[in-house]
Write a protein that binds this ligand. Sequence first.
Ligand code: AMP
Length: 292
Amino acid sequence: MQIHSTVPSIRSAIREARGAGKRIGFVPTMGFLHDGHLSLVDSARAAGCDFIVVSIFVNPAQFGPREDFSRYPRNEAGDKAQLESRGVDALFLPPVEVVYPYEFVSKVIVAGVSEPLEGDRRPGHFDGVATVVLKLFNIVQPDVAVFGRKDAQQCAVVARMVRDLDIPVELVFGETIREADGLAMSSRNSYLSSAERALAPRFHEALVAGATAVRSGGAGVEGIETAMKKAILACPGIEIDYLRLVDPETFAAPKDLDRDLLLVGAVKIGSTRLIDNIHVPRASGRRQHGTE
Ligand code: AMP
């Protein structure tokens, strides 16, 4: 696996691969890799990519002043070994001054979908995400870029940016990879103490309770959100930030329930903030609240 830390160096490697007729796949990450990240490498390959670039960059611009930037977990040696064994062709590992040289002032703002929920709780977060993703797209110029549905609002922000700005990249969204007990894999799970880790699957169970309420019909938005909240309130030790039913493209409340729906949530367990979601595709014949 090639390792590059400057823009000219990764660009020349990609130019060479493209010259050899390769299809370039790109998986941006913040490192401390787990099977969720690695599944995105597999998705890039399944999308026909034969030169796969992974970036590891803990992007300061997407962390708020009181967030966990300085203690975000890192494991460079372990990450390299995992990527190598997954057949990744090139790792882009830029230092912060390569991505944000002195006097960097530009910012990408994707209005609308970046504003509610995560955007509201983490002001500026999605500006930081959109800016670094556009910058990485310009550096790598991939044919295909893969993101995980675990960060569903991030997927919607990136999709909107690609559409609005005519960025010539095909987006692929990989399914959320979970631990055996349902907890979505996340680098931040490493913050949990063993007692907190034991509580964490209850978060996913609450989203499943919401999905069950959607599928069985008869409940409106409020009833579905209450089903999720009840499941968490039965579990002292988990604090709800939000648990909502939204339209997966806009992240606004759905106009009706006869469509694709997304149950999204954020909770705090101790000092660790976790996010997760479940997508419930539109089902023909799904019973509607108030229609019986
Ligand atoms: P991160 O390193 O947390 O910024 O994540 C890098 C990419 O991996 C993002 O596209 C995430 O959505 C994705 N990702 C993180 N966790 C998972 C997971 N459990 N399953 C699938 N993709 C994930």
